[in-house]
Structure formats: structure tokens, C-alpha cells
Design a protein around this ligand. Structure first.
Ligand code: PMP
Length: 368
């Protein structure tokens, strides 16, 4: 028998696949999805639109996904106050694929990508699988602090001179936002790096947080990526997108596979965007639950990190792995993100919040 693993590209030897557990548990709070189902009025619209598309599935989809780009551009314009046009928008099957397109275009062998750890675990994976060398930057000289130190970020950008830079705001897994001044300064610290601000969770930010979309004018190397997986409650539809300079968006055509967004994907995403207000109706409730989760954790003597996302990074556990298992034994699945003494917990429904706080009470009382 051939040892197939030995035939893999050298950089894949010893690699493990992405694997957030998909377990059947009463309370799943481990992947930052929305706990709320798609509202019936949007379900009806989707069913109607998909039925119409069904008869045309003999044909390839609109390769330029023109209507979807229009709707995404108007959503961004309406919510950020920054005028975004359809030709500035790119979309793909989840923002992971959007990021992959960026790496394929601007990363690759001999190129480097810099991120500030802890951050979204897929950034190094997507960069590395695309052949780029990943550089694990520091957020702060003190690893116990999770804010991104602007001076340190600038210093590391100059030191490593990367081709791609990933900033995440609000950051996963810490939930913390980045000041726009940090984005500005990191951008100015390089004259050639593509700077990607991953704003997957931006709709959950507390008031006063501004999107990096407002920095796009005059910054041709800046990319702001978004997703419909979180606030839009549409993770199963797989639709991510970015806004950037028109020319940068156009360059993505060099790396995408032809017809990468199916007619069905385009139809369901357009239906959801036409009902954006309805789809986003639960965001305020999720923010309330998130804040209640922070308060509840504080009452239990844990150390939650103040969050702008739909999850909370909670510190203060004796041992993360033991606490993770103890919570699972109580029927609650959360995420061990590899930060000692911390676990990441998604804000679910009010009932799920009660359940997770009850489980946390049991686990902390047992000294875990
Ligand atoms: N960026 C960040 C920061 C994320 O946390 C996630 C999902 N966990 C994504 C991007 C990818 O989301 P999707 O591919 O579902 O759009």
C-alpha cells in the first residue's frame, strides 16, 4: 500500500484539518453561529426564489453575481455611511473563501503573511495552505493583555515587511475591537502590504465602534471582509464578502474558480439581503445576552473579556481542557481556543445563557 500522506506537498506533512467538533448537544455555543432560525417571512421568500431558480439550474450561474454585489454594496453603504459601489465588492462561499482568494492573489510561495495572535485560527491556515509563510505577531508585550498595541503592531510590520497583514475587529477569540487609528498606522507602516480587516462580527459591536470601511477612500491596499454567517444568521448559506478598491476586487477574477457562487447561493443570499432588517432583528437581543453572560461570569468570580462580538472569552478556569469537558458533561459545548485558563462561549438565546451560567456555576464550584 502506498503511504499517501507521504505524497502530500511538504508543507502539508503532519498538518491536521480544521475541526471544531460538531456534536449533538442540548446547548451548542462553540462556533459563534446565531441561535435564532431564519424568520418565516425570509424562509418563504427563499423557498419562492429557489423554486424559480430550480428550472434554470441547467445553466451556469451569473459569473459576476451582479445583483448580489449590488445588494451587498447597498447594505454596506446603508450601515456604514461610507458609499460603497457594487464593483468594489467581492463575494465567495463564506468569508473563509474570500480570504483564500486574497491569499491566492497576494500570498503564495515566497510571500509572507502577518497576523496578531491570538486571533482567528483560520488566518494562518488559509495563508499557509496557500503557500505563504505565516508570521505569528504579538498583540501586546504582555501575553495576558488582548488589546492590539498600535506601536507594537507598527514595529512588527516594519520588522517583517509582510505581503499580507490580517487585522480582526472585533477579534476572534478575544471579542475586542481595534481602534481605526491602529488600522491607519499599520497601513502606513508598509508601502506594499495588502491589509485585510476581518470584520466578521462587526454588527455586534457596541455603539461608537466605526467600521474600517470608512478608511477605504485613498487606501488601495485596504480590504474589509465581512460575512453573512454571524449577525445575518446565515452560516449555512455560506456567503462572505469584502469591500476594497475596484481594481483589487477585479483582480479576484484571476483566482476564483469559474462560477464559484452557485445560482442557489446567489438567490438565497439576495433574498436574505432584501430582508436585511428582519435578518438582523435578533442582533440587539444577542448583544443583551452577551452582556448578561459577561455579568453572570463576573458574579461567578470568572474573568470575562469585555466583548464587541456575539461571544465572550472567559478567563479564570483552573484548567481549560478540564473545564471544557466538565461543561460538556453538563450538556454545554463551548470552545477551548488554546489560551490557558480561558474558554470562548457564544452568546445564544436567553434560555441557553441561563443553561451555560448554571453549568459554569457547577463547574466553578467544583474548582475547575
Ligand atoms: N472571520 C472570523 C474572524 C471568523 O470568526 C469566522 C468564522 N468563525 C470567519 C471569518 C469565517 O466565517 P465564514 O466563512 O462562515 O464567513
Amino acid at each position: 500500500m502506498t503511504e499517501l500522506r507521504a505524497l502530500l506537498r511538504p508543507e502539508l506533512q503532519g498538518a491536521t484539518p480544521y475541526g471544531a467538533p460538531q456534536l449533538d448537544v442540548p446547548v451548542a455555543l462553540n462556533t459563534n453561529e446565531s441561535a435564532y432560525p431564519v424568520p418565516p417571512v425570509v424562509v418563504d421568500q427563499i423557498a419562492h426564489d429557489v423554486a424559480q431558480v430550480a428550472a434554470t439550474l441547467n445553466r451556469y450561474p451569473d459569473r459576476e453575481f451582479a445583483r448580489l454585489r449590488e445588494l451587498l454594496a447597498s447594505y454596506l453603504t446603508k450601515t456604514s455611511g461610507e458609499h460603497v459601489t457594487a464593483d468594489q465588492v467581492w463575494a465567495a462561499n463564506g468569508s473563509n473563501e474570500v480570504l483564500q482568494h486574497l491569499v491566492q492573489a497576494f500570498g503564495g510561495a515566497g510571500r509572507t503573511a502577518l497576523g496578531f495572535t491570538p486571533s482567528y485560527s483560520m488566518h494562518p491556515l488559509i495563508a499557509g495552505r496557500g503557500g505563504a509563510t505565516w508570521i505569528d505577531g504579538l498583540r501586546d508585550a504582555d501575553p495576558k493583555r488582548f488589546d492590539l498595541d498600535a506601536d507594537l503592531a507598527v514595529e512588527q510590520t516594519k520588522q517583517h515587511d509582510p505581503d499580507l497583514i490580517f487585522l480582526t475587529s472585533p477579534n476572534n477569540p478575544t471579542g475586542t475591537s481595534i481602534d481605526l487609528d491602529v488600522v491607519r498606522r499599520v497601513y502606513d507602516a508598509s508601502d506594499h502590504a495588502i491589509v485585510v480587516v476581518d470584520e466578521a462580527y462587526t454588527e455586534f459591536a457596541r455603539t461608537g465602534t466605526r467600521s474600517a470601511l470608512t478608511l477605504l477612500p485613498g487606501r488601495d491596499r485596504l480590504v474589509v471582509s465581512r460575512t453573512m454567517s454571524k449577525a445575518f444568521a446565515f452560516a449555512g448559506a455560506r456567503l462572505g464578502y469584502f469591500a476594497a478598491a475596484t481594481e483589487l476586487a477585479e483582480l479576484m477574477r484571476l483566482v476564483r474558480l469559474p462560477y464559484h457562487l452557485s445560482s442557489v447561493t446567489q438567490a438565497v443570499a439576495c433574498a436574505a439581503l432584501e430582508h436585511a432588517d428582519t435578518m438582523l432583528a435578533m442582533v440587539e437581543r444577542i448583544k443583551t445576552t452577551r452582556d448578561a453572560l459577561v455579568d453572570g461570569c463576573l458574579e461567578l468570580g470568572l474573568q470575562p473579556v469585555p466583548s464587541d462580538a456575539n461571544f465572550v472569552l472567559v478567563g479564570g478556569f483552573a484548567d481549560s481542557a478540564t473545564a471544557w469537558q466538565a461543561l460538556l458533561d453538563e450538556g454545554v459545548l463551548v470552545r477551548d481556543v488554546g489560551i490557558p485558563h480561558h474558554l470562548r462561549i457564544t452568546a445564544g438565546t436567553a434560555e441557553e445563557n441561563t443553561a451555560v451560567l448554571q453549568a459554569l456555576r457547577t463547574v466553578t464550584a467544583a474548582g475547575r
